[in-house]
Write a protein that binds this ligand. Structure first.
Ligand code: NAD
Length: 497
């Protein structure tokens, strides 16, 4: 029997009262593996009210107790690493090893949340005026909400609720309706780690449930990760409702290849970074910019891409899995057709990809375009499939201008043997995450994940120190203690010393 995904409210797994259920399918077969509820208005309200009540106690819980919860949680996640990765692989189609990477990147954020005491320290200055001291505290906001995408169902929920909760907040998570089983398992393990009831709620659904959170008066902060169209809606609506919002959105990431780079490093890294996870990563490289003579390597890149084939999650030879749903596949095929119609050369075409034993999967094979110009939709838009476009320029300056004119600014990388070129690139490029001979420069959690321009709306980013700033208010105390009780007259001016 197909399982009905529960809601988590107040520490209990509840069956939703809704009449509206969304099928969760195996993207390699279309088999329905679960039904996700569209939580009712009352259920969303109950989730927020429960989180609000739990906040009253949790915000008073000592920081070392909050850290210990995270220590137990990271340990439990590590014990269940393979099991979570299997759930994740089955519902997303990711290969098992890639699914393990998704979980691991989330575990690293939980490890980071264990440092909450030192991360949330305020500042002090003694004698800001004669016998007056000044010091600051970080205090939690209340009920924070998180809305997450399908493509990292472990990592991205784990970017959010551990840091928010470690800061002393409570949380309502609305994961992607396309792969809710992984986040539910993460939530179950959080309860098992000893999280008091009501710290974390999980509700399911789509736009209606998200909009309810965006308008809810008891939710002061919203974290979002997803497409740019939805991110803009979230940021506009959330901020119009006076909420604190961080919205991570789409991407178009370029790798620049200098002629002095090592050819085989470039090809190996470019293949994994472009078609790994079927290109369904916000940090995937979707544009390769070959500078000068490096353009001669394109035929070998094509050969290397042609060797990679998609397959089912448990096929050890598969390079990547299917796209998440038939609509995504159609969208990617439409872009491939648009590229051909616009006059680009499709030198490797994955449109007719077939995987033996899985005729109904959302398969698209590695696809490579050359002769691409900046006006083409395959260059302008985020395709979110295993499609790499090649651009050719003569100089590093031209590559930098091309990338800085692109509206997105999530990630980029430069492959070179020249320190001077690397220094110029890292300084002048207007992109949040820069890799020097590193194809997918996702920062580890002691830094922050920092998309720029259309790839991020807000100011404080995910994890690192910025997450603590996002999930807390700063309170500054100015204090004087009188040594005697001799009172002077009233002080009518601003004290200068
Ligand atoms: P999506 O925008 O379709 O969905 C994201 C979330 O928003 C889901 O929980 C979904 O239920 C909800 N949602 C969908 N439509 C909505 C609407 N109209 N109003 C309110 N909420 C709505 O994104 P997706 O397809 O699940 O994920 C892929 C996208 O996420 C890609 O664009 C990718 O680049 C982006 N992404 C960005 C980052 C980053 O860090 N910048 C990381 C991962 C994914």
């Amino acid at each position: 029997m197909t399982q009905h995904v529960p809601l988590l409210i107040g520490g209990k797994m509840l069956r939703s009262e809704t009449q509206q259920w969304i099928p969760v399918t195996d993207p390699a077969t279309q088999e329905v593996i679960a039904q996700a509820p569209c939580a009712t208005v009352e259920e969303v309200d109950l989730a927020v009210a429960t989180a609000k009540k739990a906040f009253e106690t949790w915000k008073e819980t000592p920081v070392s107790e909050r850290a210990r919860l995270m220590l137990r949680y990271q340990d439990l996640l590590k014990q269940h690493h393979d099991e979570i990765a299997t759930i994740l692989a089955k519902e997303t189609g990711k290969t098992f090893d890639d699914a393990k990477g998704d979980v691991w990147r989330g575990i690293e954020v939980v490890e980071h949340a264990c440092n909450i005491a030192s991360l949330s320290m305020g500042e002090t200055v003694e004698n800001v005026a004669r016998k007056i001291d000044c010091y600051s505290y970080t205090q939690p906001l209340g009920v924070c909400a998180g809305i997450t995408p399908f493509n990292f169902p472990a990592m991205i929920p784990l970017w959010m609720f551990p840091m928010a909760i470690a800061c002393g907040n409570t949380f309502v998570l609305k994961p992607s309706e396309q792969d809710p089983l992984t986040p539910m398992r993460l939530a179950e393990l959080f309860q098992e780690a000893g999280a008091p009831d009501g710290l974390l709620q999980v509700i399911h659904g789509g736009k209606e449930q998200v909009d309810q959170l965006l308008h809810h008066p008891d939710v002061p902060a919203i974290s979002f990760v997803g497409s740019v169209a939805v991110g803009e809606h979230i940021y506009r609506t959330g901020t119009a409702n006076m909420k604190r919002v961080q919205a991570f959105a789409g991407a178009k990431n370029h790798m620049v290849i200098m002629p002095d780079a090592q050819k085989q490093h470039v090809i190996n890294n470019l293949v994994g970074a472009s078609v790994g996870a079927g290109g369904q990563r916000c940090m995937a490289i979707s544009v390769a910019v070959f500078v000068g003579e490096s353009r001669n390597w394109v035929p070998e890149l094509r050969e290397a891409l042609a060797q990679v084939r998609p397959g089912r999650w448990d096929d050890p030879k598969a390079g990547f899995g299917p796209l998440i749903n038939p609509q995504s596949k159609e969208r990617v095929l439409r872009f491939i057709q648009e590229g051909k119609d616009a006059g680009a050369n499709c030198v490797l075409d994955g449109s007719d990809c077939v995987v033996e034993g899985a005729p109904d999967g959302n398969w698209v094979g590695p696809t490579l375009f050359t002769g691409v110009t900046p006006d083409m939709s395959i260059y302008r838009e985020e395709i979110f499939g295993p499609v790499l476009v090649v651009m050719e320029v003569d100089t590093l300056e031209e590559a930098i201008s091309l990338i800085n004119a692109n509206p997105y600014g999530n990630g980029t990388s430069l492959f070179t043997a020249s320190g001077a070129a690397a220094r110029k690139y890292q300084h002048e490029i207007q992109v949040g995450q820069v890799g020097i001979n590193v194809p997918v420069p996702v920062p580890l959690p002691f830094f922050s994940f920092t998309g720029w321009r259309k790839s991020f709306y807000g100011d404080q980013h995910a994890y690192g120190k910025q997450a603590v700033r996002f999930y807390t208010e700063t309170k500054t105390v100015t204090a004087r203690w009188f040594e005697d009780d001799i009172a002077g007259g009233p002080n009518m001016t601003i004290q200068l010393k």
